[in-house]
Design a protein around this ligand. Structure first.
Ligand SMILES: [Zn+2]
Length: 141
C-alpha cells in the first residue's frame, strides 16, 4: 500500500512539474530512494508502471515514452551527543548480515543496532538518505 501511495505522489509531482515547465513529452525521470527507506522496489516499479498506463489511457500522452530510473542514495547519520557524522554503509559492514537486512526493511531497527562510532551513543538522527524524492525530470518542450 505504502509503495502505491509513494508512486502516486511521484507521478503527480512529475505531471505537475512538467506542466509548469511546459514539457510536452517526458523522456526520463530519475527517482532516488534513501538507503534506509522502507520500500519494496519491485512493487514500487510495478505501481509506477500501472499508474502511467492508466494515465496514458486517460489521454495523457506526455508520459507514454517516459523511462524511470531508480537510484539508491546512501544514508548518513549524525550523533546528537558529540555531533559526529558517519555514513550508514561505513558502519553496516560491522553488522551481521541478519542485522543489516532487518535495518533495511525497518529503519527504526537501526536504533537498536547502531551506535555512534566515536562516543558509542545510541542517540543519533538520520540526516540524509531517508525517503523518496525526484532527482530530475528530462523531457522535450
Ligand atoms: Zn557521538
Amino acid at each position: 500500500m505504502h509503495e502505491w501511495a509513494l508512486a502516486e505522489a511521484v507521478i503527480s509531482t512529475v505531471v505537475e512539474t512538467s506542466k509548469k515547465e511546459k514539457v510536452k513529452e517526458i523522456a526520463e525521470v530519475k527517482i532516488k530512494i534513501g538507503e534506509l527507506q522502507q520500500i519494496d522496489e519491485e512493487i514500487f516499479r510495478f505501481a509506477l508502471g500501472e499508474i502511467i498506463k492508466e494515465m496514458v489511457r486517460d489521454q495523457d500522452s506526455s508520459l507514454e515514452n517516459m523511462k524511470i530510473k531508480i537510484e539508491e542514495e546512501p544514508s548518513f547519520l549524525k550523533c546528537r551527543v558529540c555531533g559526529h557524522e558517519w555514513s550508514f554503509i561505513s558502519q553496516s559492514k560491522k553488522l551481521s548480515e541478519d542485522e543489516s537486512e532487518s535495518i533495511h526493511f525497518i529503519p527504526e531497527a537501526a536504533y537498536v543496532y547502531i551506535r555512534c562510532p566515536k562516543c558509542k551513543s545510541p542517540d543519533f538522527e538520520i540526516t540524509k538518505g531517508r525517503g523518496v524524492w525526484i532527482d530530475s525530470i528530462r523531457g522535450t518542450r
